[in-house]
Design a protein around this ligand. Structure first.
Ligand code: NAP
Length: 251
């Protein structure tokens, strides 16, 4: 009998994180649904447990060290040591550089990069102890540069360097680290962008799809499928990679 592995998926109350959490539960893992508040993770937990899986909601701000350490300790207590981490929590604070405030720079770097660093640092000892682990970090096609996103593109490019370094440092402990760089995925994040630029979401999606080789926008399950591959047993020789899941080539 193999013991059930435990995963932490940050920002999994909704969107891509929720789809990843559900998919990992289907894959047989116990899932810590980590988001800003415990209450916000309730729907994802219910979907998982209704389908026969195991999950708990944990409230934590990934950019806060104390909050992250307490959350990881709670995961250990309630589900067992986490050996899978998906760093997905994210925010947008878009603006052209000359209008971007220092607070908006710090907030975005804080959630994406500092958050991924803190969660990975708190969880890695459990992976090292187990001699096995999987880290998946959410980057973005914006890592290649995107108007109005100096903060976000810097964070998402940073996620790629962070991932490659984790792969190098942790490989000898049986731990892989990989990044997924999504293109346009239909979530509240892209809906908020449509609203900000004053375009109805359906029109915004149609315009985006016209630029995408497979002629459609992505859905959270497209990213969940890729995460499922990276965390699988068979992917143990795949590490330090960035996969663009964007309906076409990007880099
Ligand atoms: P989303 O719908 O906005 O969901 C993000 C989740 O992260 C929310 O539940 C949010 O909680 C949570 N979160 C925000 N700050 C947090 C913090 N400090 N601590 C813990 N949780 C926090 O976003 P999404 O579209 O699913 O995106 C998920 C990831 O994929 C992000 O890293 C994003 O940058 C990346 N990505 C998305 C796209 C896309 O097209 N959607 C493309 C490329 C990359 P609240 O609801 O309470 O704010």
């Amino acid at each position: 009998m193999t013991t059930q592995k435990t995963a932490i998926v940050t920002g999994s109350a909704r969107g891509i994180g929720a789809a990843v959490a559900k998919r990992l539960a289907e894959d047989g893992l116990a899932v810590a649904v980590l988001d800003l508040t415990e209450e916000s993770g309730a729907d994802t937990v219910k979907a998982i447990t209704d389908a026969g899986g195991k999950a708990v909601a944990i409230g934590a701000d990934v950019s806060n060290e104390e909050s992250v350490n307490a959350a990881v300790a709670k995961v250990v207590e309630e589900l067992g040591p986490p050996t899978v981490v998906v760093n997905n929590a994210g925010i947008l604070r878009d603006n052209l550089l000359f209008k971007m405030s220092v607070d908006d720079w710090d907030a975005v770097l804080g959630v994406h990069l500092r958050g991924a660093f803190l969660v990975t640092k708190a969880a890695q000892k459990h992976m090292v102890d187990a001699g096995w682990g999987r880290i998946v970090n959410l980057s973005s096609t914006s890592a290649l540069g995107n108007r109005g996103q100096a903060n976000y593109s810097a964070a998402k490019a940073g996620m790629q360097g962070f991932t490659k370094t984790l792969a190098i440092e942790l490989g000898k402990f049986g731990v892989t680290a990989n990044a997924i760089a999504p293109g346009f995925i239909e979530t509240e994040m892209t809906a908020a962008t449509a609203e900000r630029v004053g375009v109805p979401f359906e029109d915004f999606k149609k315009a985006a799809a016209a630029q995408i080789p497979v002629n459609r926008t992505g859905v959270p399950e497209d990213i969940a499928h890729t995460a499922s591959f990276f965390i699988s047993e068979g992917a143990g020789f795949v590490s330090g990679q960035v996969v663009y899941v964007a309906g076409g080539p990007r880099d």
